[in-house]
Design a protein around this ligand. Structure first.
Ligand code: ADE
Length: 233
């Protein structure tokens, strides 16, 4: 099986490259893809760069060019819910684009005709994650995640996103990856570790916790890969 593991920033995939160690680098569409042969399977690791457009290009490249049959996303997010603290892990149950707005035509936020407000995640992969969390005694939350091409660092905006989308966390790629995968029928799993609270301290906290939170997410993702491979036997 070919399994994609993507992040948005170098820090989000570096712990994975360090862990798997040996990889081949292929350049395509102005990005690097790191190919790992692992236990008879192929892992394709890449960071997309920040935002929905870059994330879409990378996700579709991993699926179509590198023939990935499952896609895992590992990275950081800002907390909207007070239940999520720095370093906490949350999986996306469904995702929405908070900056998609044609409400002028009577549509809800996050909706365009022939689309849907939310993209649903794959239940089986979330099930695997819950089993891992239970076995390892790791606290794993489940969240609706809101995605947009904005770094949220404002209390009012954060509350608006939380209220409008019932979202517990915010980031800048997840819904794009989800939409891409669902469009072509590829199961995906989006995991985020909290780096900040999307408030006035967010940019400071993000810089402070990007590396440690990325590592937490990546460490969990390594167990996910193991579980997926075991399950494919
Ligand atoms: N990713 C991590 N923190 C974020 C924030 N506050 N806004 C958007 N994306 C983020």
């Amino acid at each position: 099986m070919n399994i994609a593991i993507m992040g948005a920033m170098p820090e989000e995939i570096e712990p994975l490259l360090d862990y798997y160690g040996k990889y081949e680098t292929i350049e395509y569409a102005k990005n690097n893809f790191y190919l790992v042969d692992y236990k008879g399977h192929r892992l394709v690791i890449a960071y997309s760069k920040i935002g929905k457009v870059y994330a879409t290009i990378t996700a579709l490249t991993m699926i179509k060019k590198f023939k990935c049959q499952k896609l895992l996303f590992s990275g950081v997010a800002g907390a909207i819910s007070d239940d999520l603290g720095i370093g906490d892990l949350t999986v996306a149950t469904k995702l929405s684009q908070h900056d998609l707005d044609i409400t002028a035509f009577g549509h809800p936020y996050g909706f365009v005709p022939e689309g849907s407000v939310y993209e649903e995640s794959n239940g089986e992969l979330i099930g695997f994650a819950k089993e891992i969390a239970e076995q390892k005694g790791i606290k794993l939350k489940e969240s609706i995640i809101a995605t947009g091409d904005q770094f949220i660092c404002d209390q009012d905006k954060k509350e608006w996103i939380g209220k409008t989308f019932k979202a517990s966390a915010v980031e800048m790629e997840g819904a794009a990856v989800a939409l891409t995968c669902n469009a072509v029928g590829i199961p995906f799993f989006i995991l985020r570790s909290i780096s900040d609270a999307a408030d006035m301290d967010a940019s400071f906290d993000f810089d402070e916790f990007l590396k440690s939170s990325s590592k937490r997410s990546a460490d969990f993702m390594i167990s996910m890969v193991e579980k997926i491979i075991d399950n494919a036997k």
